[in-house]
Write a protein that binds this ligand. Structure first.
Ligand SMILES: C[S@@+](CC[C@H](N)C(=O)[O-])C[C@H]1O[C@@H](n2cnc3c(N)ncnc32)[C@H](O)[C@@H]1O
Length: 218
């Protein structure tokens, strides 16, 4: 069988990626739609969520990824591994799809978001292609349950600083931990990129936020 060509990067501002994802039928994709939901943004091949779904079967997992062939492969593998009750992958541009995806969620179910090693888009003129934009931070705040968490990590310090500062600037998020960065990953499973970075002995910059209650919030 011919191998599917997967591009290393796709431009989320490109014409092909401007249509928001269609709403999901949560009853169809999860056996128990009222379990807490973990959203992994930029899940690539989805290995991280497959391992999470094995470790914590009482959560639902949704991986969002803009490189469509990876999503097809991940959903196929999920099926082969029998992880069909609480794990799903979806092709979308997360920067324009959060409202259509999350507005139909059972209230209070979005309990954890991870954004791990997002594409750095090094050049200043490409900065708008980075996934953590102020609009995404605000959109997530409107669906995250009070007490839920957002975990960020990157091996690119400037990307990690930008992501952390954008969440810290929004009143709905409280940064956890006293120092600039977390010393350890609080999750039980590493991502593929994390494993590769750590195996080279390179640093990883991590931050954790809790969705707090805002007085007078609409
Ligand atoms: C460097 S990979 C990291 C994959 C994985 N999180 C890990 O840590 O191993 C970043 C992923 O984010 C995806 N991505 C970038 N921008 C995106 C967007 N706007 N919407 C959805 N996925 C996006 C990329 O296609 C890529 O697969």
């Amino acid at each position: 069988m011919a191998a599917v060509r997967v591009r290393q990067h796709v431009n989320p501002l490109g014409k092909k990626y401007q249509t928001p994802a269609s709403p999901l039928d949560w009853e169809k994709i999860y056996a128990k739609p009222n379990q807490p939901l973990h959203l992994d943004i930029g899940c690539a091949k989805g290995q991280f969520l497959m391992n999470m779904a094995k470790v914590e079967p009482n959560w639902n997992y949704l991986g969002l990824e803009i490189r469509e062939p990876l999503v097809g492969e991940a959903n196929k593998l999920r099926f082969e591994l029998g992880l069909i009750n609480n794990l799903h992958y979806l092709f979308c541009n997360v920067n324009n799809s959060l409202h259509s995806l999350l507005s139909s969620l059972p209230p209070g179910s979005l309990q954890r978001v991870t954004i791990q090693f997002p594409d750095p888009w090094f050049k200043t003129r490409h900065a708008k292609r980075r996934v953590v934009q102020p609009e995404l931070v605000a959109d997530l705040a409107s669906y995250l349950a009070v007490g839920s968490v957002v975990f960020l990590q990157s091996d690119m310090e400037f990307v990690a600083v930008e992501m952390r500062d954008r969440f810290a600037a929004h009143p709905a998020y409280q940064k956890m931990g006293a120092g600039e960065w977390l010393a350890q990953n609080p999750l039980p499973v590493p991502t593929e990129r994390e494993t590769s970075v750590l195996s080279r002995g390179e640093p990883v910059y991590r931050a954790l936020f809790v969705r707090r209650e805002i007085v007078n919030e609409e």
